[in-house]
Design a protein around this ligand. Structure first.
Ligand SMILES: Nc1ncnc2c1ncn2[C@@H]1O[C@H](COP(=O)(O)OP(=O)(O)OP(=O)(O)O)[C@@H](O)[C@H]1O
Ligand SMILES: [Mg+2]
Length: 237
């Protein structure tokens, strides 16, 4: 579904991503884990062409080379990003935020059905449908950001640190919902996380990013038990 080949990103003289390759098969959950500043957000932005990749980088999505495609065209192809820090519209209500997500889609007739699906996954959003987005808790805003992306009917989701700044209990709920979205919709997901434990518990396969390079990759279960990963990311000494 998504193939990133030899991706490189430079910010001026800073070589932030140094030639990484990632494969996300259809209907899978693949995770990219790494510490602060490893280059996780930069990788997602480069995939969506929000930041420009250096020459020699290649991004293939759904069989098409999208490396040079403008960001809005990539969204139209169904590759949708839920950004870090969520970026919902604070002054719009929950319902209005969801409407904005559906703005681009052509099949308006299925709108109500999809809204029902979202409220079944996140009942809290239904309870807060008229509440301004900015007054939701951090975890609820994350639910709204994911739901808004779903309203655009994507084929694949790029999730940037859905656990960021959210209490552990709510994070657990959100990750369960991510799995539910993957299994019930067959949604392909690339999940970027600093919380390696959590990400590896839901993913099929993982990549470990360190200062712009992939230093390890493998089936999530293997990475979970890898002593290097446990030491660096799971707080073991
Ligand atoms: N617009 C920019 N201009 C210059 N340098 C940048 C820019 N954006 C990111 N960087 C640098 O690129 C590196 C990777 O940043 P990035 O935001 O991708 O990391 P991250 O893995 O997402 O970190 P975090 O977990 O803190 O979100 C960092 O050293 C950062 O300072
Ligand atoms: Mg980031």
């Amino acid at each position: 579904m998504l193939k990133v080949e030899n991706l490189q990103v430079n910010y001026g003289a800073i070589n932030a991503i140094k030639g990484i390759s990632i494969h996300v098969p259809e209907k899978s959950i693949i995770t990219l884990i790494g510490a602060n500043g490893a280059g996780k957000t930069t990788t997602l932005r480069a995939i969506s062409n929000i930041v420009k990749a250096a020459d020699g980088s290649k991004v293939i999505y759904d069989g098409k080379d999208i490396t040079e495609l403008p960001a809005h065209k990539i969204v139209e192809l169904g590759l949708c990003q839920v950004p870090e820090g969520r970026l919902i519209f604070a002054n719009l209500t929950v319902k209005e935020n969801l409407d904005m997500g559906a703005y681009l889609r052509k099949d308006k007739e299925n709108f109500a059905k999809d809204l029902d699906f979202i409220f079944a996954i996140f009942p809290r959003l239904k309870e807060r449908i008229k509440q301004p987005g900015g007054t939701l808790s951090g975890g609820e805003q994350q639910m709204l950001a994911i739901s808004r992306a779903l309203m655009s009917k994507p084929k694949m989701l790029l999730l940037d640190e859905p656990s960021l700044g959210i209490a552990p209990l709510l994070t657990k709920t959100i990750f369960e919902k991510i799995v539910e979205i993957n299994t019930t919709l067959g949604m392909t997901i690339l999940l970027v996380e600093q919380n390696a434990n959590l990400a590896l518990s839901v993913a099929n396969y993982g990549y470990v990013l360190e200062t712009g390079k992939i230093i390890l990759e493998g089936p999530a279960k293997e990475l979970e038990s890898n002593p290097e990963v446990r030491k660096a990311y799971l707080g073991e000494t």
